[in-house]
Design a protein around this ligand. Structure first.
Ligand SMILES: [Zn+2]
Length: 343
């Protein structure tokens, strides 16, 4: 929905009232839908007899406009602010941008220290806007799959990677480590910082997004030397195949979570699981009609388990064999048993 396309041009004195109220016989802007509301006392009269049949969007109370604007995509709001001075002033109300930050970037309510450092949600929205495509789940494209979760942490964007461990129990906490961060607290343009390696952390790196691919390039080599050794100690031979050269340039592919349905007994998504040889890993549960599918998204071996939900196996409960005479009859009918008795 784009309200800006229906908003009138600003008047010279900045007043909005009555600009879009058409007289009798005039066509309402936007085809009479969306931007127009019926005035109370004329509600039950014939539209043609009503000179104020349509009230403009600008006639709504400020509180209502705040609610409407806060529900619109943030990309629509700058053009809406140009419609008139009333909209321009309303769009400086920070609760609108706080909601946009929460719904579009996952920014938690009451961002800490925001007032202390003198920055508004409107500025936070603008700072994060160039990085909005980075947020979400990514899967490393290499011989060893790992998961990258890019989220908003305060005024930083952080990429958390899952690192496998043989020692972690399936009930234990999922070990995540920061792979990179983008700090947005500086007034200058934000830079991407690599958090890998044991020394000289953090250091600058280069991040690029092309469609569904995210590439992280780093010129530091200390984590390239350390990581295979560390990983080998952590998960045995499972990671020795990891290409050392790839540590300078890691390419991830976006991972989409399966859709959820209200009737699902278990909500699909990512789950912890454990393999005796490969340790803790992450698997995705999804439902496909009669089938439930479990696919690993981390580890060096990707396997899929498909369960037919309508083919429940009915196990014999043993009641039949509680009758000793009946059991003897069944045993005697087994060919091998009969032969052994005859000989
Ligand atoms: Zn690095």
């Amino acid at each position: 929905m784009s309200v800006s396309s229906e908003a009138p041009a600003p008047s010279g004195d900045g007043s909005c009232r009555g600009q879009t109220s058409p007289g009798p016989g005039r066509k309402a802007p936007g085809g009479g839908r969306g931007s127009a509301v019926l005035c109370g006392e004329w509600r039950n009269r014939e539209p043609h007899a009503n000179p104020f049949f349509f009230c403009s969007l600008q006639d709504l109370p400020v509180e209502m406009l705040v609610e409407i604007f806060a529900s619109l995509p943030g990309t629509d709001l700058p053009s809406l602010a140009q419609a008139c001075t009333k909209f321009h002033h309303i769009l400086h109300i920070d609760s609108i941008w706080r909601r946009r930050c929460r719904e579009e970037y996952g920014v938690r309510e009451n961002l800490q220290n925001l007032e202390t450092i003198g920055i508004s949600y409107r500025e936070v929205y603008a700072k994060m806007f160039p990085y909005r495509h980075i947020l979400g789940l990514w899967k490393l494209e290499s011989s060893y799959k790992r998961l990258l979760n890019v989220v908003v942490d305060g005024l930083c964007i952080t990429g958390w990677t899952y690192r496998p461990s043989l020692d972690t129990h399936v009930d234990g906490p999922m070990p995540f480590k920061p792979a990179f961060r983008i700090c947005l607290t500086e007034w200058k343009s934000a830079t991407v910082e690599c958090m890998e390696g044991r020394h000289s952390r953090p250091h600058s790196c280069h991040l690029q997004i092309q469609k569904d691919r995210l590439t992280l390039q780093c010129k530091k080599t200390d984590h390239r030397k350390d990581s295979p050794t560390r990983l080998r100690r952590e998960v045995g031979l499972g990671l020795v195949r990891e290409d050392r050269q790839q540590y300078d340039c890691l390419t991830y592919r976006r991972l989409y979570l399966p859709p959820s349905h209200p009737d699902d007994l278990i909500r699909p998504g990512l789950f912890q699981c454990k393999d005796d040889d490969l340790g803790l890993m992450i698997a995705m549960l999804s439902f496909h009609g009669k089938y439930a599918r479990l696919t690993t998204v981390t580890g060096d071996l990707i396997w899929t388990l498909e369960i037919h939900l309508m083919r429940r196996i009915q196990l014999r409960d043993g009641e039949f064999f509680r009758d000793f005479d009946e059991l003897s009859r069944v045993v005697q009918e087994i060919p091998g048993s009969r032969r052994s008795r005859e000989t």
